[in-house]
Design a protein around this ligand. Structure first.
Ligand code: ZN
Length: 251
């Protein structure tokens, strides 16, 4: 029996009355397991709802083909994020963020604890409503990609090592930064222009210690620029657009 804590990120109906649940955990990354009778009201129904952080007792069984299958034995909710459930906009953002987690490449070498911490902190602030929703979304999008192997090289100009310039050019494809003098392909479709403030914000999200990650303040005009950047960054790396994001934007 495996006892782990996980944030429920996805559910799929299986047959008449069971459901298949995916949870983000610090130990295994995303783990999927069957909840027998999960579509009916049962002792596990609250703790296996979407966006609940729960303690999960999971049985591992091997089938005839030798595959390991996971079944929920019992569960208990640790944090329900109750306020989030009362607000359609918060719920739709949660749907988008958990879809990003589901489609992320979380490998053995990935620090899964950092990803769980990022998700739980984002959900905590989203639930409480104490931080700007768009800021939470941008922090989550960029930092998730950083933690899953796509952290851009933002420390300095990749050619002359200049730390800052009135304009710096980030290339989405190479993941590198160039100063105004060194950049030779400013009109590239992969180029993003950062002024000093935007570069500061993007560096903060990608590079700062986790404890300080959510402490930044971003003005509405810079938030709009940041949103534009993080959505492009997501689109570039995931190679697809998300219906959950389209729905969130439609509200
Ligand atoms: Zn340079």
């Amino acid at each position: 029996m495996l006892t782990i804590k996980g944030l429920i990120i996805r559910e799929e109906q299986k047959g008449e009355s069971s459901k298949y649940i995916y949870a983000l955990t610090a130990e295994r990354g995303v783990i999927g397991f069957l909840v027998r009778g999960g579509m009916k009201s049962s002792k596990n129904s609250a703790s296996t709802q979407l966006y609940v952080y729960s303690e999960l007792c999971i049985e591992e069984k091997k089938n005839a083909a030798g595959d390991t299958l996971y079944y929920l034995n019992s569960s208990e909710a640790i944090e329900m994020f109750f306020e989030l459930r009362l607000d359609i906009i918060k719920m739709s953002l949660a749907a988008y963020l958990t879809e990003l987690i589901y489609y992320s490449r979380i490998e053995d070498s990935t620090d899964k604890n950092e990803i769980l911490r990022l998700a739980l902190n984002t959900f905590y602030f989203l639930n409480k409503g104490s931080k700007d929703r768009e800021m939470l979304k941008s922090i989550f999008e960029l930092r998730l990609l950083c933690e899953t192997g796509f952290r851009p090289a933002l420390v300095a100009c990749s050619k002359c090592y200049k730390y800052e310039d009135d304009k710096m050019y980030f290339n989405m494809r190479s993941g590198t930064l160039e100063c105004n003098e060194c950049c030779t392909n400013k009109d590239s479709m992969f180029a993003v222009v950062f002024d000093k403030r935007l570069l500061y914000i993007v560096r903060h999200i990608a590079l700062t210690d986790f404890d300080r990650l959510f402490s930044i303040r971003i003005s509405p005009d810079y938030q709009a620029k940041l949103t534009d950047f993080t959505e492009r960054f997501v689109k570039y790396h995931f190679k697809e657009s998300f219906k959950t994001l389209t729905f969130y934007r439609s509200l």
